[in-house]
Design a protein around this ligand. Sequence first.
Ligand code: ATP
Ligand code: MG
Length: 232
Amino acid sequence: GVPGARGRIEFDDVAFGYGADVDRPALHPLSLDIPPGQKVALVGRTGAGKSTIAKLLARFYDVGTGAIRLDGVDLRELTDADLRREVTMITQEAFLFSGTVAENIALGRPEASRAEVEEAARRLGADEFIRSLPEGYETDLQKRGGRVSSGQRQLISFARAFLADPSVLILDEATASLDLPSERRVQRGLEELLRGRTALVIAHRLSTVLDADRVLVIDEGRVVEDGSPAEL
Ligand code: ATP
Ligand code: MG
């Protein structure tokens, strides 16, 4: 990480349970220090606790015990606006709403100019297919002609996150397999999106794991391995 850069994440003895099942907490006390700019891949079998870690960092839930800090500030002390500015979570569903492509990209920054929207799309590799849609950036994604593939959907959500410019990105990588050209475009888009940001990626692709600075293997709500891809 770069000294003075934003996006340091600390988990300080964080534990969490979803409900009455106190005998099997979703997360056992966990401490982590993720320096600014580090790319962390989370791997582990289904039900291990990967999404739980991601959701706690995005403050979907409050921690049960302990604290999560972003740049030294307890998440509970941030306003919703501060949190949304600094932390973006992209889920597998790559949420698109009924509106134009341009509106969908500008979701996190509605005041963005068209030039900024197009620049974000270009940087992330989405510009070409958007221009090929019947009405380009004005195409309504819910109307006929506005059908986009899952790879294109992911690129739109990447462009949206790029424009929002958070210091921390959380990504639940899609499990659905894409054809090879789409896979490569999504992979390149992801690299561009993650540049200079702290990232927590729930990784389903081997390439993501190999590209990470650090891999956390999660099992039964615990970190069972923590090291570089080469070490694991
Ligand atoms: P997957 O790879 O299938 O997405 P995961 O590693 O993301 O799995 P989590 O979703 O974090 O796993 O789940 C961790 C544990 O918490 C599991 O035992 C799961 O059943 C439980 N759990 C997850 N979400 C909820 C919820 N909303 N309510 C109750 N229990 C939940
Ligand atoms: Mg999950």
